[in-house]
Design a protein around this ligand. Structure first.
Ligand code: C5P
Length: 220
């Protein structure tokens, strides 16, 4: 067992994309490798935290040495988070699909040869971060969200902090020219009620270590 500043603390981490079925062979999803969420879970565990890692179908393997719950859809992810509560902190690094197909087909949708196109109707998925942030009972002491933005990063992320009701937003610029999406490095701004803290560009592992240390300080 690892000792460290987070010993005895239970922390939930969500990671990866969600897959929302269209029919048994097709889905819609967000682009997310799961690299940042996995690195955060590892860094928290290295400081002694008991981590519950809840992941959608990610490209990277989940970390070892912790409870891993695998889910596909946003609704399944919310259910897994809810059943993992209570927790001292929760870090929502998953790229959850905002919409699901309202009624996924039980059988494969076929081309019928007439050239008619399928029409998909969407339904809104639950916002897991906002749901947990607004819980009256069982709200973790520290709720951390992420914001992947392509413009006006700080303004959009600050609005998101208020709208979702979380304590911190870790904001990053995912414009294609940054190479951050799917890459090894990240440059983040951590936004809280105290203001915006710009961190220099560093590896996703280094961002995770610094974030884990900041979480340990906040929970101590
Ligand atoms: O609103 P947006 O998707 O940009 O917010 C991103 C943050 O909200 C991330 O922390 C993400 O994990 C979380 N989120 C969520 N459930 C959703 C959508 C986003 O937990 N349905």
């Amino acid at each position: 067992l690892v000792s460290g500043p987070l010993k005895g603390k239970h922390i939930i981490v969500t990671s990866g994309p969600t897959h929302e079925p269209i029919d048994p062979v097709r889905y819609i999803a967000n682009r997310s490798s799961g690299a940042q969420g996995t690195a955060i879970a590892r860094a928290l565990a290295a400081l002694g935290a008991e981590v519950t890692f809840i992941t959608g179908p990610a490209e990277v393997d989940p970390p070892v040495g912790m409870a891993v719950r695998r889910v596909n859809t946003a609704n399944e992810m919310l259910a897994a988070v809810t059943s993992a509560l209570p927790a001292d902190a929760a870090v929502f690094a998953a790229a959850v699909a905002d919409w699901r197909v309202a009624s996924a087909s039980d059988s494969k949708i076929k081309k019928d040869g007439s050239g008619a196109l399928p029409v998909l109707e969407f339904a809104e998925n639950p916002d897991i971060l906002a749901t947990v942030s607004k819980m009256k009972k069982d709200r973790p002491n520290l709720v951390v969200g992420f914001a992947a933005e392509t413009d006006d990063v700080i303004a959009h992320a600050t609005a998101k902090l208020e709208r979702k009701g979380c304590d911190w937003i870790v904001a990053n610029d995912v414009s294609p020219e940054t190479g951050i999406m799917g890459g090894a490095e990240n440059a983040v701004t951590v936004i809280s009620a105290d203001g915006a803290d710009n961190w220099p560009r560093m590896t996703k592992a280094a961002v995770s270590e610094r974030l884990a240390a900041k979480i340990a300080e906040a929970l101590s």
